[in-house]
Design a binder for this molecule. Structure first.
Ligand code: BGC
Length: 736
């Protein structure tokens, strides 16, 4: 038995039942009366207690409770602490796990300086519905990309050696938790396990119905990637998953997570999700909720008190076996030992001077730079030097709080660099005409429109900063409409008309994809900046002015209209696939069976912008793919190769993406699935040959017999610039 396991067993043997149950409760807040619970050993963790309050509570736990077991302090450090990174969906758009890893590392250091040991991130819920407000907090629609990004965040938070590669996270769990006890490492929590992102209608907390095969092929893989990267904890979700709330779901928690994946960390419930099983209609009362979540394998209850009130009696009357309790407590103690909490000083080892340091702002800047996705450019970008007057219009040009995005508990608004501020710094104030047009993103008043139009009329270039305020995304902040809120669409119309053909460059800050159909044809360029965080303004300015080039790619598809949702790229073919360009049917004509395809009468079936798409300031040519072999033995590997050339006149980042389709299988398979990606810069005229290895890891799936296997048969393979894979027909190979 290694030292940590021996220490866990030794401590467990000395604990009374109430002390064990105490470890399983996470309380909220720094109210002084909480000290008494801690002194009596009734608490294992505190939520939202930081800084001096945390130190005071920790002293009570260590010095005044009978066994001196340290508390673990948790907080939502989702995309930064004081220095704020782009929202996670934006980070995923970087298609660069290094951005996510460095960002999480930076956030962990700042959080650790405030006595935080544990963050409730990353969120790796796959989401196909941009109406869902929490789409902002996750890594998008693709299981592979979300797994790479989530694993990189785990590594960053936990200070682990890098285990992820461009071909995906590799299981090296032993190494993954090596540096947990070092200063500046905090425990990660992959959430919300599982299926939460499939909420019906994009309405938060709503029911999810996900067949087991889809759960295993689509929703579980990013969690597996986080577990393989060494995530210390997972959070059970709020949703009803296939008629059993996720927090009471023994299949997901005990069977898959703990048994199949051999996860040895602990599971925390979501806030009150144990007792919410009463509202779900799955438990009659708190006591039954305690029983059912303990049975399912929830080790720690967040906030609600059902464990602390009922578990002791449930053990005494034999309903809850002591084994369940011991298993949960072992897991919690194991993580506390791995984090070094028994040996660390109460006062943080990381100094507060790291917060908002120059180095941290650089990390946030780079993340913002790589997250922005250029969606349209008629040639007006980058903005040429020498314009006499530039209009800066729109409610997001100078909105520090909104620029930070949702789930920012500690972010410093004073330290936000907005686009207006950055433009003033770079260009000086004299050439800028600042006229917001609307007071905020949801404003419907038109009183400032005349001024905005006047600014557009006299300027050479118009920069239009549009989007959503931070409050339109995040938990419980879902939308039924996906247009720009307030009177922004009208603002675009008025400003573009006043501009009379001069370039109007739209920059959108938003927590999700929006429907841009009503106005996209009116603007000359569109840069999607998500909510880009503290340094968003500096990054956007450098991109607009061309000292940097956009390199982000979409981690989620953009619908043309909300009626198209869900628009994810990795759909199945159906028995009647639609034909490109096909929609509608002429009025009054007889029904023609060749028209009976899976399409819409009133909109194209394709998305506005597809997964993986993003422009830069140059162009790339992809050669046809060559394969090292066209037939593969069961355990064999082939190498796919492509040469990419920068055919433009500026440097730019190429993001080759590997997609695979299994043509026939015992269960129907998606049209394409992302299985690898890379990102690198090429100078004008420069070429690079890239390779991807393909073997059973890339080809296996949960098949018709519910086995994880690669099935013999034919496959298509593309290495392309986005998920349409339009540049070449697929290469084909067979698995024997
Ligand atoms: C959210 C979680 C979060 C928790 C703690 C819940 O409402 O769903 O994502 O980590 O609160 O703040």
């Amino acid at each position: 038995m290694n030292t940590i396991e021996a220490r866990v067993e030794e401590l467990l043997a000395r604990m009374t039942l109430p002390e064990k149950i105490g470890q399983m409760w996470q309380i909220h807040g720094a109210a002084p009366e909480n000290k008494e619970f801690i002194r009596r050993g009734q608490v294992g963790s505190c939520l939202n207690v930081i800084g001096r309050d945390a130190e005071a509570f920790q002293r009570v736990a260590r010095a005044e409770s009978r066994l001196g077991i340290p508390l673990i302090f948790g907080r939502d450090v989702i995309h930064g602490f004081k220095t704020i990174l782009p929202i996670p969906l934006g980070q995923a758009a970087s298609f660069n796990p290094e951005v996510a890893r460095d960002g999480a590392r930076m956030a962990a250091h700042e959080a650790a300086a405030a006595s935080i040991h544990w963050t409730f991130a990353p969120m790796v819920d796959i989401a196909h519905d941009p109406r869902w407000g929490r789409v902002a907090e996750g890594c998008g629609e693709d299981p592979y990309l979300a797994g790479c990004m989530g694993a990189a965040m785990v590594e960053g938070f936990q200070g682990s050696p890098v285990t992820t590669t461009h071909n995906g996270p590799k299981a090296q769990r032993a190494k993954a938790q090596k540096n947990l006890a070092k200063p500046g490492s905090i425990a990660a929590c992959a959430k919300h396990y599982v299926g939460y992102g499939a909420a019906e209608g994009g309405r938060d907390y709503n029911t999810t119905l996900i067949p087991e095969r889809t759960l295993r092929n689509t929703y579980l893989p990013p969690f597996k990637a986080c577990v393989d990267a060494g995530a210390c904890t997972l959070m059970s979700a709020f949703n009803d998953l296939n008629d059993v709330p996720a927090t009471g779901n023994a299949f997901a928690l005990r069977q898959v997570l703990k048994k199949e994946w051999k996860f040895d960390g602990f599971v925390v419930s979501d806030w009150g999700s144990v007792t919410e099983m009463i509202a779900h209609g799955y438990c009659a009362d708190e006591k039954e909720a305690a029983f059912k979540s303990a049975r399912a394998g929830v080790d720690m209850e967040m906030v609600s008190p059902s464990y602390s009130t009922h578990l002791e009696k449930l053990v005494a009357d034999g309903t809850v076996p002591l084994d369940w309790i011991d298993d949960a407590v072992r897991r919690i103690l194991r993580i506390k030992f791995r984090l070094g909490l028994f040996d660390r000083p109460v006062v943080p080892e990381i100094p507060p001077s790291v917060i908002l340091s120059h180095e941290h702002l650089r990390v946030a800047y780079r993340a913002a730079l790589e997250s922005c996705v250029l969606l349209k450019n008629d040639g007006c970008l980058p903005v040429a030097a020498g314009h006499k007057t530039i209009a800066v219009i729109g409610p997001l040009a100078n909105a520090p709080a909104d620029q930070l995005g949702c789930w920012v508990m500690d972010g410093d608004q004073e330290a936000v660099c907005t686009p207006l501020l950055a433009l003033r710094l770079v260009l000086g104030s004299d050439c800028l005409l600042d006229s917001p047009g609307l007071r905020n993103a949801r404003d419907t008043g038109r009183v400032q429109f005349d001024a905005a139009e006047a600014a557009a009329r006299v300027s050479d270039v118009i920069l239009l900063f549009l989007g959503e305020d931070a409050g339109l995304s995040g938990e419980a902040h879902c939308r039924a409409f996906l247009e720009l809120p307030g009177a922004q669409t009208e603002l675009v119309d008025r400003v573009t008309k006043a501009a009379a053909g001069k370039p109007v460059i739209a920059v959108v800050m938003a927590g999700r994809p929006l429907v841009v159909q009503p106005w996209i044809n009116q603007v000359s360029a569109l840069l999607w900046a998500w909510h880009p965080g503290s340094m968003g303004g500096a990054a956007i300015t450098d991109l607009l002015l061309g000292s940097e080039a956009p390199s982000g790619r979409l981690p989620i598809s953009f619908p043309r209209t909300v009626g198209q949702v869900p628009t994810y790229y990795n759909k199945k073919n159906t028995g009647r696939p639609p034909i490109e360009g096909q929609w509608g049917a002429p009025l009054g004509t007889p029904l023609d069976p060749k028209d009976f395809t899976s399409k819409y009468m009133d909109a194209d079936f394709t998305p506005e912008f597809t997964f993986g798409f993003g422009l830069g300031y140059t162009t790339f040519a992809y050669s046809a793919v060559t394969l090292s072999r066209t037939s593969l033995k069961p355990k064999g590997t082939l190498t796919a190769k492509v040469t990419i050339t920068n055919t433009g006149t500026r440097p730019g980042a190429a993001v080759p993406q590997l997609y695979i389709r299994d043509l026939t299988a015992t269960a129907t398979r998606p049209l394409k699935e992302l299985k690898g990606f890379q990102k690198f810069t090429l100078a004008p005229g420069e070429s690079r040959t890239v390779t991807f290895d393909v073997g059973s890891e890339e080809l296996a799936f949960w098949n018709g017999d519910m086995k994880f296997a690669a099935e013999p048969g034919r496959f298509h393979l593309w290495i392309a610039a986005d998920s349409t894979c339009a540049s070449h027909p697929p290469a084909e190979f067979a698995l024997l």
